[in-house]
Design a protein around this ligand. Structure first.
Ligand code: MN
Length: 396
């Protein structure tokens, strides 16, 4: 089993500061999630920071408590599970064999008031102890944004089913980060993100705040899935809720290996009209974005990315193909974005740092017989392909 190198360990220690005790750190031990817990009630968040404390004190208090599970005295998932190969799988077992209810963190990118978030929480309430922490405003398409240059505020909220939830004035990634940096004083067995208004298919996952929240969980050593639903005029989440429940049970029973998550997309149909659940690969999105140029009331132009919703290539086996054919698409995703085939090909390229390999490229006219034609894109102006200007805005 590969273990973290001493260098990596040293770096980790340097960033987080010295350990509070001199005891050797059990870096590679997986978090024993199946140990009986003293209580099933989720702990109240650590709120001992008073506003009168100066920022430095608060910073120190936060970095001290982020390492240890305040309830069990164990390292948090972000510390202990990281680097332990197959730690996520080791915790998996049939639901009946869990000695306590799994802890499930629920988040999204549409914001704390989204009905999809509530539907996801209510779908998973029967399976585990759910905790809801989500952005306070819609953060769709923020990707994996993490807020580092300003403070984050957390507010306690009451959902429409009476449950307590927490909103963060940041991104979905911030919400998940808070949880894994010790806000709740314990770790989680699973993170579920959604139910997003609108599908996240193929290339969408590179923009998606919903999927990024699940990625942030995986980076913190916790299994996760993202779930999105095609746009409904009047959203009905019963099919998506059923899918969320099935995916949750499967992950808790089978586990995910480190670096893996599951992306779920639900078609906008009723349960009766759905064909079933298909295990798919990522498809290819076709975006139809347009740059809309208008003038503000002071005559200064502004730009807005608009256009019709994206389409996609309906290739069999892809998530896009499944959803357009009324299947629920379940796609395994990994954080390792290495292009394996290119990696192999690049080994044959020229990489030596010797002087003769660092050569200036001759201009095209210096090469005898070189075509004078510019490259296909070179002559195209940098202006948008589609410009719409309203007559109203121009004042004409
Ligand atoms: Mn969204």
């Amino acid at each position: 089993m590969p273990r973290p190198s001493p260098d990596r360990h040293a770096r980790h220690r340097r960033i987080r500061g010295p350990r509070p005790t001199d005891e050797p750190r059990p870096t590679n031990e997986p978090r024993p999630t199946d140990e009986p817990r003293p209580t099933n009630e989720p702990r109240a968040p650590v709120t001992n920071d008073s506003d009168s404390q100066d920022d430095m004190t608060r910073e120190r208090a936060r970095s001290e408590r982020r390492d240890v599970d305040l309830e069990r005295g164990e390292l948090l998932a972000g510390g202990a599970a990281r680097g332990g190969p197959r730690a996520l799988r080791r915790a998996a077992k049939p639901l009946g064999h869990w000695s306590s209810r799994p802890r499930i963190l629920i988040t999204n990118d549409d914001g704390i008031e989204s009905r999809g978030l509530l539907a996801l929480k209510q779908a998973l309430d029967p399976i585990g102890e759910t905790t809801v922490v989500a952005p306070d405003t819609n953060q769709s398409a923020v990707g994996h944004q993490k807020t580092l240059m300003r403070p984050l505020r957390v507010r306690e909220r009451t959902l429409t089913d009476g449950a307590i939830a927490y909103s963060v004035d940041g991104s979905p990634t911030d919400a998940v980060s808070l949880a894994f940096l010790g806000y709740f004083g314990h770790g989680f067995d699973l993170v579920a993100s959604g139910i997003n208004y609108g599908a996240n298919l193929g290339d969408d996952i590179t923009y998606s705040g919903t999927v990024s929240a699940a990625m942030e969980a995986v980076i913190n050593g916790c299994p996760a899935f993202a779930i999105s639903q095609e746009y409904y005029e009047h959203p009905d989440f019963s099919l998506a809720a059923a899918a969320a429940s099935i995916v949750t049970r499967n992950i808790l029973e089978h586990g995910l290996s480190p670096g893996q998550l599951i992306n779920v997309n639900v078609p906008a149909v009723s349960i009766e009209d759905c064909e079933g659940i298909a295990v798919t690969r990522l498809g290819k999105r076709v975006y139809q974005d347009q740059l809309i140029r208008r003038l503000d009331p002071r005559g200064i132009p502004y730009f807005w990315i608009g256009g019709p919703p994206p389409s996609g290539l309906a290739v069999e086996g892809t998530d896009f193909h499944a959803v357009v054919n009324r299947w629920i698409a379940v796609t395994p995703i990994q954080l390792d974005l290495t292009a394996r085939r290119l990696l192999k090909r690049m080994r044959d390229w020229r990489w030596d740092l010797s002087a003769d390999s660092i050569t200036a490229v001759p201009a095209a006219h210096e090469i005898a017989g070189a075509a004078a034609e510019p490259l296909p894109d070179a002559g195209r102006p940098a202006t948008p392909t589609e410009i719409e200007e309203t007559r109203e805005a121009t004042g004409s």
